[in-house]
Write a protein that binds this ligand. Structure first.
Ligand SMILES: *[C@@H]1O[C@H](CO)[C@@H](O)[C@H](O)[C@H]1NC(C)=O
Ligand SMILES: *[C@@H]1O[C@H](CO)[C@@H](O)[C@H](O)[C@H]1NC(C)=O
Ligand SMILES: *[C@@H]1O[C@H](CO)[C@@H](O)[C@H](O)[C@H]1NC(C)=O
Length: 451
């Protein structure tokens, strides 16, 4: 019997491909959505988001400066430019002033680590299209040929990873004023010139060069995922990329995708679900409530204070989410001391209360309000009850936990177990010690041996 070459190679492929085929994802949402989320992500709970780009130079209004000025023709921005810049000054003219002279990646990483965050997500490219690495398809609209003359994505990544933090990259699919994108848009997204020559080459380049643990996709909403070829990219990412086993992605991969497809869900910016979502999610929030990018004219009253940040973190984790907190560095490469203070404050709180946050799960009951509002988290048979306002009394009732003879209640940061008694209906009443000083105004009761 004659065996042809192609029969042999088919046979070899059946042998070697078969084991792989079972594990391979196909470029459709049913297959991609079935991928289990790599475990590290749910455990870490808290990350830092960094919005940095040419928009950090005008540092006025928000990181949407260019769009507000030239796209939306917002009078406030037009007036600002007329008053402060010579006629003919273009957005591109801001780029040389993106100096980053004081950018010390290790100093940033130290602040992020001190905040208790376990991952950092940097804007590799925002909607302005300026890439914070030397993208070969960016012409000179990037941080190596222009502005800082430095690989910002690479330099921050090295510093963050030295401290064992996970490193993620934000990437905007669309670019407001990219001529290729605008021409595809003109065609009703029938052509894919921009995707073929800019968006996809850059995404693949980012993954191959920097091996991010997380991709935070954005700027997808004007076009369907079939225009972006998101599912083809994700199938490659999950099957063949250098980060296929650890990478985590969000849900912004085309119009209608968010809250529905992808890895974890961001849904809308600053999404706050009212009840426990069924799918892993992340709340992104900015210390400056007005902007993600740095604003020179921000006011203290527009920033979240430490108690508000801790409340938001606790609420998010109790409802099964991760909390991604944003700070916008200056064009000089400085994290404003007011942001640094917030981050160190969160870290100080987590030093004492972190065991109620990291690697926890949502509990049977997520919140209650018998004495003061309480948020619950749990870890194995331990339940944590976190309260973010001080009760004006030394007794404290919790109605959800079912106690037993083995129940032990402690206040984190306080050495002695607390006296408690079961309540006749359900739950318990306990005697609080003087609450330790907490700049974050939040304390944790640890309940062991409850159901
Ligand atoms: C998008 O994916 C389709 C199907 O695999 C392919 O034919 C097309 O060339 C891709 N387009 C781009 C721009 O990558
Ligand atoms: C908690 O209960 C108190 C007193 O009943 C009430 O004033 C307060 O609004 C409640 N807070 C929340 C968050 O439900
Ligand atoms: C807690 O549960 C996790 C799995 O949920 C398990 O890996 C771990 O060993 C448990 N820890 C203890 C102390 O029982």
């Amino acid at each position: 019997m004659q065996v042809t070459r192609s029969q042999i190679s088919l046979f070899l492929c059946l042998l070697s491909c078969a084991s792989v085929i079972g594990a391979r994802y196909t470029p459709d949402w049913t297959s991609l959505d079935s991928r289990p989320l790599p475990g590290w992500y749910d455990e870490v709970k808290f990350g830092i988001f960094v919005h940095w780009g040419v928009f950090s130079v005008p540092a006025f209004g928000s990181e949407w400066f260019w769009w507000n000025w030239k796209g939306a023709h917002d009078f406030k921005y037009i007036l600002y430019m007329v008053k402060n810049y010579p006629p003919g000054f273009s957005y591109a003219d801001f780029a040389p002033d993106f100096h980053a002279q004081f950018f010390d990646p290790d100093a940033w990483a130290e602040i992020f680590e001190a905040s208790g965050a376990k991952y950092v997500v940097l804007t590799s490219k925002h909607h302005e299209g300026f890439t914070n690495w030397e993208s070969p398809t960016s012409w000179n609209w990037n941080s190596v040929d222009n502005g800082p003359h430095r690989d910002l994505v690479g330099d921050l990544g090295n510093a963050v990873r030295k401290r064992s933090l996970h490193y993620g990259l934000y990437h905007s699919l669309y670019e407001w004023f990219n001529p290729l994108y605008l021409s595809d848009k003109q065609s009703g997204f029938k052509t894919q010139e921009y995707v073929a020559r800019k968006a996809m080459p850059e995404l693949y380049d980012l993954v191959n060069r920097y091996k991010p643990d997380l991709i935070w996709s954005d700027g997808d909403w004007e076009a369907p995922d079939t225009y972006w070829n998101s599912t083809e990219f994700l199938a490659w990412l999950y099957n063949d990329s250098p980060v296929k086993d650890i990478v985590v992605v969000n849900d912004r991969w085309g119009n209608g995708c968010y809250c529905k497809h992808g890895g974890y869900y961001n849904c809308a910016d600053k999404f706050s679900p009212g009840e426990l979502p069924k799918h892993k999610w992340e709340k992104c929030q900015s210390v400056d409530t007005i902007s993600w990018g740095y604003r020179r004219n921000m006011k203290l009253s527009e920033l979240m204070d430490l108690p508000a940040l801790i409340k938001d973190l606790v609420y998010t984790v109790a409802l099964g989410g991760n909390y991604l907190l944003n700070v916008g560095p200056t064009a000089d490469g400085v994290i404003a001391p007011v942001f640094e203070e917030r981050l160190r404050g969160i870290g100080a709180w987590l030093q004492i209360n972190g065991e109620a946050i990291y690697a926890t799960s949502s509990w049977r009951v997520q919140a209650e309000n018998a004495t003061v509002p309480v948020w619950y988290t749990s870890k194995n048979s331990t339940v944590y009850a976190i309260f973010t306002s001080s009760p004006n009394q030394n007794t404290f009732e919790l109605s959800a936990p079912k106690t037993s003879d083995n129940t032990v209640v402690t206040l984190l940061g306080n050495p002695k177990p607390l006296k408690w008694a079961p309540l006749h209906s359900s739950g318990l009443i306990l005697l609080l010690p003087d609450l330790p000083f907490s700049p974050a105004q939040a304390w944790t009761l640890k309940l062991e041996g409850v159901a």
